[in-house]
Write a protein that binds this ligand. Structure first.
Ligand SMILES: Nc1ncnc2c1ncn2[C@@H]1O[C@H](COP(=O)(O)OP(=O)(O)O)[C@@H](O)[C@H]1O
Ligand SMILES: [Mg+2]
Length: 231
């Protein structure tokens, strides 16, 4: 198995954190040491005398490796705007070297590191760095979360094409973000036909009866089996 995975998505709000949290829990249940890493986050509130982002807190909460908030989320900005703009407003330069040194601490302490991007695949971070560069430089296989909603097919195909140019793509996961979207199954079938990489998961709306906690665990277990074989 790869030491870590980089979770990206077709957009913001598509279920990256949701998938990451479920995965961390499942790895933990295998008695593995697992940590979540959110290198850059925008959208944060003050708590414990520092800015805290809810994704980073959720990842930390599931992790079973004690790492400080600053290592889990080295770049955290208050406004929920594009990270390069938030960094610029805060007068901060986002440096890959800092992200890499935090990742090393995760990798030393953990069997598996689950890294969550921000927004979609090609998110600028400023200083000619963007999030896809981070995934490439950390040399992590990517998991693409496709938020099943109108427009997702084109977003998924474009994201996949871009990822495959320079990265290993473990596969993509379909996630039903909104219960209002009535064509999730049909979209999944089309995506399976059109995507080059394997479909490695399908999460329906957890609030519906057919998709209770047991179903989520079963889906996560399948995803986990696949990732355990992935190198
Ligand atoms: N399969 C799902 N069932 C129920 N709620 C979900 C599901 N996937 C995501 N959500 C919810 O949708 C919102 C956006 O998901 P999130 O994981 O935060 O997206 P992202 O990390 O891509 O921005 C969150 O409130 C999350 O709990
Ligand atoms: Mg998130």
């Amino acid at each position: 198995m790869s030491k870590g995975f980089f979770i990206t998505g077709t957009d913001t709000g598509v279920g990256k954190t949701y998938v990451a949290v479920n995965l961390i829990r499942a790895f933990r249940e295998l008695q593995l040491k697992v940590s979540g890493f959110k290198p850059v986050a925008s959208g944060a509130v003050w708590g414990n005398g520092r800015l805290e982002n809810e994704d980073a807190l959720a990842l930390m909460h599931e992790s079973n490796v004690p790492l400080s908030y600053e290592i889990v989320n080295p770049y955290c900005f208050e406004p929920a705007i594009a990270p390069h703009l938030a960094a610029n407003q805060a007068g901060v330069d986002i440096a890959f070297s800092q992200i890499q040194s935090c990742y090393k601490k995760h990798a030393e302490a953990s069997d598996v590191v689950i890294v969550e991007g921000a927004g979609g695949w090609k998110v600028p971070l400023g200083n000619q760095l963007s999030f896809d560069d981070v995934a490439i430089a950390l040399d992590l296989p990517v998991i693409l979360v496709v938020g099943l909603q109108l427009g997702c097919i084109s977003h998924a195909l474009l994201s996949e094409a871009s990822i495959l140019k320079k990265n290993r793509l473990a596969g993509w996961v379909g996630n039903v973000v909104s219960q209002e979207f009535g064509e999730a199954d049909a979209n999944m079938e089309t995506l399976k036909e059109l995507m080059a990489s394997p479909c490695i998961g399908y999460f329906k709306q957890q609030s519906t009866k057919e998709n209770n906690v047991v179903a989520v665990q079963a889906n996560t277990a399948k995803l986990l089996d696949y990732l355990l074989e992935f190198s």
